[in-house]
Design a protein around this ligand. Sequence first.
Ligand SMILES: [Zn+2]
Length: 281
Amino acid sequence: MGILMLDEVTWGDVDKLDRDRTIVFLPLSPIEEHGPHLPLGTDYYAARDVAEMAVRLISEKESAIDCLLVPPIPLGSTEMTMDFPGTISVCGETLARIVRDICSSFARHGFKYIVICNHHLDPVHVKALLEGVNRVVQEYDVKIIETVGRIFYSGMKTKQGIHLRNMGLKVSQEIHADATETSFIKYRYPRLLKGTYKELPSVRVDIRACTLKGMTTFKAMGADQGYIGSPAQATEELGRMHLEELAELTAELALKLYRNEALPEISKEMMAVIDSSIKLD
Ligand SMILES: [Zn+2]
């Protein structure tokens, strides 16, 4: 059957899927401010587009596998950017329950593989997704992964990271509505990019040092326009690379999950932070 869009098919179509050969893709990312130049839907669009591209890659490569694509969920924990209107933040515990409820719905229907396509790296958000996943896998025989935490918090070398360095930028300083995210919108949704991005000065924030000082929002940390990084350096080439590389890596992670192969893990250092200092409520 290839790719099924969950919202377009009937329950009977879903029921025909072989549970042992189907991967469910759940795009999930918040509506959140992305500086004075990018739309609030930046992460939401990226999660959706990466998921759509990843299922296409899988169906081209692996005709024996069916992909069930869930409509994107516009939710996330985003307290760090709540100083800016339009941002919608869901408490971590609520998000964990939503993830649990959605994934367990698929598990109750017998599905065995679920990939949560996420594009938001706020530690509370990532912790909530992991917590939601843990609750489901304890109850049902199902394998579930979240994607960008495993990609960006595992220390994995990426093409876009190398590209950023070649542009004279540091991955650790491109954090939010930065060169990469601005490039993504410039490449994919140019009509939604405000031309003033070219005049935005670089904003550098040492999030770890600011957090140790007790600061909890990007604005308090000095990002008074809601971006951290160098949006003025955005290029379509970097935007295309970001989308295509994330889609390729997501497809790879999904196939590893399906084949029971080793997956990249969030680094021990980051997991220690998530476990000890991040609260869900
Ligand atoms: Zn973002």
